[in-house]
Ligand binder design. Sequence first.
Ligand SMILES: NC(=O)c1ccc[n+]([C@@H]2O[C@H](COP(=O)([O-])OP(=O)(O)OC[C@H]3O[C@@H](n4cnc5c(N)ncnc54)[C@H](O)[C@@H]3O)[C@@H](O)[C@H]2O)c1
Length: 441
Amino acid sequence: MKQNLITRLKNKEARVAVLGLGYVGLPLAVVFAKAGFTVTGIDPDQSKVDTICRGKSYILDVPAEQVARLVASGRLSATSDFSALRQADAVSICVPTPLRKTGDPDLSFIVDATDELAKYMHPGMVVVLESTTYPGTTREILLPKLGNENGLKVGENFFLAFSPERVDPGRQDWTTLNTPKVVGGITQACSEVAAAWYAAAIQTVVPVSSAEVAEMAKLLENTFRMINIGLVNEMALMCDRLGVDVWEVIDAAATKPFGFMKFTPGPGLGGHCIPIDPLYLSWKLRALNYTARFIELASEINTGMPRYVVGKVQDALNNQGKPLKGSQVLVLGAAYKPDIEDLRESPALDVIGLLEQKGARVVYHDPYVPRIHFDSGEGLSAEMFSVPNLMAAVKSADCVVIVTNHSSYDYGAILDSARLVVDTRNALGSKGRDNPKVTRL
Ligand SMILES: NC(=O)c1ccc[n+]([C@@H]2O[C@H](COP(=O)([O-])OP(=O)(O)OC[C@H]3O[C@@H](n4cnc5c(N)ncnc54)[C@H](O)[C@@H]3O)[C@@H](O)[C@H]2O)c1
C-alpha cells in the first residue's frame, strides 16, 4: 500500500485536500495545484470558498489570476462540504491554533477538523498536520481519531505526519514553494510517504525522524525569534536608561560578519505565530513540571512594549506642556508588520487601547487595514476606520505614533507636517535622529 501511494503521489494521480484555506492553506493548495495535483480546499468559511470559486483571492501573496487559472483548469476547487474528503488521498490540515483567553492552547480547530476527517478516512490515505502546535499533538490527538477509531493501522494502511508551515506573509524571496519543508512521520513509512507527497510539489523537503522532531523544530524557530526580539526590546529599554541610541548600537553590532544576527526593537510582537507558538511549548512543559524561563521572560518584555510606547507618547506630549488626556493621537500602521493587511495580535491594537484608556482621542491610518473591529469578548465591540486623508490627519494630530513602518508612507512629508512624532520602528532613520520633535524607541 505504501509503495502504491508513493507512486500515485509522484505521478500526481493522488487527489489532494487542504483543510483550512487561510494564510497557510491557500498558498499550499495553490502550490499543490500548480505542481499538477487536483486539489480541493475545504473551509467552513463560506465567503472564502465563494471567493475562490469565483477565481479571486483574499490573500495578498496569492495573485487572483493564479487562482482564476487553476480554478478554470479544474486543478483547484473549494467547498465547505467536508464530504469532499471521501475522494481525497492526501490531506493537509492548516487550521488555526490560537490561545484561549487564559493563555492556554486552543486546539479546538485541530480537533474539529480531525473529527470531520475521521468520518471519511479510508485505507491508503496520507494526512499531514501543518498547524503549529506543541510536540505530541499529531501522535496524541490525531492518531487515535484517524487511526485506531477507524480500524486503520498507521504506517501500514494509512500514513500520518507533521510538517510545519514556514510561510512569512508578504515575503517574495522565500515562499511556500522554495522554503525547505521539514516532514516528520509517526513511523518511518509515514515520513517516507509524506516526504514523497511534498517533494512532488515543493523544492526542498527535509525528512526528520519523528513527528515530534518536526513539531519541536517549528517551536525552536519561532521561540528563537520571540526571544531575540525580547532581548533587543530589553536592549531598547536599557539604552533608554543609559541615554544611548539603540538603533546605532544595533547597526554597529551588525557589522560583525559572524556570530551576530540583527533583530530590531518595536512596539511589541504581532501575528498569528511568534507571540503565540512559544506559549504552546511553555504550556506543554508546565504540565511536565518545567518552567520555560526564556519564553516566559521574553513574553513578559514583549507584552510590556505597547505600554512603554504609550509612556513615550505621554512624555513627548508632556514636554510640550500637553496631557495625553484629550490630545489627538494618530497611530500610523495597524497591521502587525509592514506591507501586509494582517491585524492578528498586532501591537497597534494594544497601543490604541491603552491610549484610549488614558483619554487620548485616537485615530489611525493604514493603507492595508481600512477598518478595525475590536471585540472585548464580553459582548462589547467597537469599530474604527482608517482616516481617509492621511496628511490632514498628520497635520491635525498632537502626536503621530509610527507603529507599523509600511514602505508606502512618505516619511519625510509626515515628519515635515507633524507636530510631534513617536517612532517605534526607526522608520524616519537618520531624519528622526536629534530632531526635537521626534522621540525614538
Ligand atoms: N500565518 C502565518 O504566517 C503562519 C506561518 C506559519 C505557520 N502558521 C500556522 O498555520 C496554522 C494556520 O494559520 P493561518 O495563518 O493560515 O490561519 P488562518 O486563520 O488564516 O486560516 C485558517 C483557516 O482555517 C479555517 N478553519 C477553521 N476551522 C476549520 C475546520 N474545522 N476545518 C477546516 N478549516 C477550518 C478557517 O476558516 C480559516 O480560513 C496555524 O497553526 C498557524 O500557527 C501560520
